[in-house]
Write a protein that binds this ligand. Structure first.
Ligand code: PMV
Length: 324
């Protein structure tokens, strides 16, 4: 049987950086994200004895390194008691590997489509755990809206829960595209560098306050509380990245120009906050009434190629439109 799933990437407001368990992708801290409605991964999976090996065609190109994909597939085969290999075809409607969290939607769509294709009917908690094995942040993309990943200590208790549904709060997330190239240092390497970084301890010590601010800020729909805490946590994660050995610097001149534009808009009374994952592209948070004005100002910033307006997106779900 063939199954297709659609999933959206998510942007972390409180970041996951550094793992307690590198193989199982268990994070050092709870973290919180918003699922993005406009960015989409679509993935079709079929298990069959006619396939000699697992294969993945991502954005029309055959992918050679299937290590993380096979972690998810092997777990599914174990659960379903099957030995068949899988054919996977996956497409993103946005740049892949450029710090736009394509692995979050990628592994969330894979967990859902592949488990269904193997005849399993997993609940959301089980899907979240499965997606996490491929890429940590993928456990959050199983849910739409506002999501918290409970770090846990072992695999069974490290999964995401939904804090609020997509239509609970109409926040806008303006994704500014500065660079579409794949990053040189992926997050797997980055997470392992973080562990040896002495500044990580300080980041983790102060993180709890910001985690609470974002969680409560979402519940209270307090934009200033959420924005301030998210921006601080982003800077704290990037400071940890920059002080890794070797240094991890994901920002470009364009990134800094957008950061300065956000600061300036705020000083002029247009409230907005930035956050950035492991890449140069900046996501700007704002309220709907200011979105159009902020978007047009962002488009004027030198180096910004495009701005995609998002709001909180839906859960990962099954689709009838197969890719093969
Ligand atoms: O899930 P990974 O291994 O791609 O790591 C994600 C790391 C960040 O995007 C930088 C932060 C986060 O919480 O999403």
């Amino acid at each position: 049987m063939k199954f297709t799933a659609i999933s959206h990437p998510n942007i972390a407001l409180i970041k996951y950086w550094g793992k307690a368990d590198e193989k199982l992708n268990i994070p050092l801290n709870n973290n919180i994200s918003i699922t993005l409605d406009k960015l989409t991964t679509t993935t079709t999976v079929e298990f069959s004895e006619k396939y000699p090996k697992d294969s993945l065609i991502l954005n029309k190109k055959e992918t050679a390194n299937l290590e993380r994909v096979e972690r998810v597939l092997n777990e599914i085969r174990k659960m379903a008691g099957i030995k068949d290999k899988a054919k996977i075809v996956s497409e993103n409607n946005f740049p892949t590997g450029a710090g736009l969290a394509s692995s979050s939607s990628g592994f969330s769509a894979l967990a859902l489509a592949a488990s269904k294709a193997a005849g399993l009917n997993l609940d959301k908690k089980e899907l979240s755990i499965l997606a996490r094995l491929g890429s940590g942040s993928a456990c959050r993309s199983i849910y739409g809206g506002f999501v918290e990943w409970l770090a846990g200590k072992k695999s069974e208790d490290s999964y995401a829960i939904q804090i609020a549904k997509p239509d609970y709060w109409d926040l806008k997330i303006l994704v500014t595209i500065i660079k579409e190239d794949e990053k040189e240092v992926g997050s797997t390497k980055g997470h392992s560098l973080a562990k040896e970084n002495p500044f990580l301890e300080t980041r983790l010590k102060i993180l709890d306050k910001y985690l609470k601010d974002v969680r409560n800020g979402i519940k209270e729909k307090d934009f200033t509380k959420v924005g301030k805490a998210a921006e601080f946590d982003c800077i704290s994660m990037h400071a940890t990245m920059m002080t890794s050995i070797p240094m991890l610097l994901y920002w470009t001149t364009g990134t800094i120009r957008v950061i300065n534009a956000v600061k300036k808009m705020r000083e002029e009374g247009l409230e907005c906050y930035f956050t950035i994952d492991a890449g140069p592209n900046v996501k700007v948070l704002c309220l709907p009434e200011n979105a159009k004005k902020i978007e047009s100002k962002l488009r004027e910033v030198k180096g910004v190629k495009n701005v995609i307006e998002n709001r909180p997106g839906e859960d990962a779900r099954i689709s009838e439109d197969h890719l093969f």
